[in-house]
Design a protein around this ligand. Structure first.
Ligand code: PMP
Length: 310
């Protein structure tokens, strides 16, 4: 659990000290989950110094999530992008995990939020290492399929990165830990693989890479898109199709990916070894290409990096 305060948080257009960036107990989002948020990372690169990875894509998704919930963010995308860069600078961070969040504050109780009610917006930035641990990056995590399904398509939109959705993620990850797994993977309500508690899933067999489609109750991850793009760029065939549970048992390689988890191999599923039970060669290649964007060995052909201090 990350609890490494930086000095400042951007809060409704002002810089606040970490301890002063607080909300009222009657905050709507605490009672009803009415928040949308992002997780973004910045890396210290050799050529351009600290760079935010896919800044505009993340903040665009923040606005998309807000639109789904008819939530008004009283700033432009450009202003939120600038504020994201500012808060890293203010805290003099070299690398960072950044958390932009828009939420309904102390607007009164009741589910009906009058249209046009403005959301409060905060952006925090702090240091945060490997989410599933350094060891997992090298040797993989043991994952278990959860007894909890992801949301059905007509219950809550999984394409929105909304606070309330993370109650589902918490059930999945708590159950996984209780059963001794490093992470939990959920099926969708059709019984196909959906995603990890906070990661998208890739399954590889005979050199063909498959990831779950957007219709499998996933958050379409920006890291997922990054991995698809990097793999296709290397000439791999990448398919987006429904993945049955047993395909994970029979895979040569499985990996999970997300902003926090980055690219993490899965070495077993439900106690069954995946392939040789460690990090597979294509997974290693994806990791090398992904981390290569930040250590200078992968050319950033896609303009994914935004320098913070230049
Ligand atoms: N699914 C869920 C449920 C997530 O929370 C995340 C992390 N944001 C992802 C997938 C991966 O998304 P991204 O690569 O954009 O971080």
């Amino acid at each position: 659990m990350a609890k490494q305060p930086a000095e400042h948080i951007w809060f409704n257009g002002e810089l606040k000290h970490w301890k002063d960036a607080t909300v009222h107990v009657m905050t709507h989002a605490i009672h009803y989950g009415s928040s949308v948020f992002e997780g973004v990372r910045a890396y210290n690169t050799p050529d351009q110094g600290t760079c935010v990875f896919r800044l505009n894509d993340h903040n665009r998704r923040l606005f998309d999530s807000a639109k789904i919930y008819r939530m008004t963010i009283p700033y432009t995308l450009d202003q939120i992008n600038q504020a994201t860069l500012d808060i890293i600078r203010e805290n003099k961070l070299k690398s960072a995990y950044i958390r932009p969040i828009a939420f309904y504050g102390d607007i009164g109780m009741g589910l009906q939020v009058p249209f046009g009610t403005e959301a409060e917006v905060a952006i925090a930035a702090f240091e945060w290492g490997a989410y599933l641990g350094e060891e997992a990056l090298k040797n993989g995590v043991d994952a278990g399929i959860s007894s909890w399904n992801r949301l059905a398509a007509n219950t809550m939109p999984t394409g929105a990165k909304a606070g309330g959705n993370y109650l589902s993620s918490q059930l999945i990850s708590m159950e996984a830990r209780r059963h001794g797994y490093g992470e939990g993977i959920a099926l969708d309500t059709n019984g196909f693989i959906s995603e990890g508690a906070g990661e998208n899933i890739f399954v590889i067999r005979d050199g063909i890479v498959v990831t779950t489609p957007k219709t499998a109750a996933i958050l379409p991850g920006i890291t997922r898109d990054t991995c698809i793009t990097l793999l296709k760029d290397k000439g791999y065939e990448v398919r987006e199709e429904n993945i049955p549970r047993e395909a994970m048992y029979l895979a040569d390689e499985v990996f999970m990916c997300g902003t926090a988890a980055e690219v993490t191999p899965v070495r077993s599923v439900d106690g069954i070894e995946v392939g040789a039970g460690g990090r597979g060669p294509i997974t290693k290649e994806v990791q090398d290409m992904f981390f290569g964007l930040f250590n200078g060995t992968t050319e950033d052909k896609w303009n994914w990096l935004t320098p913070v201090y230049k």
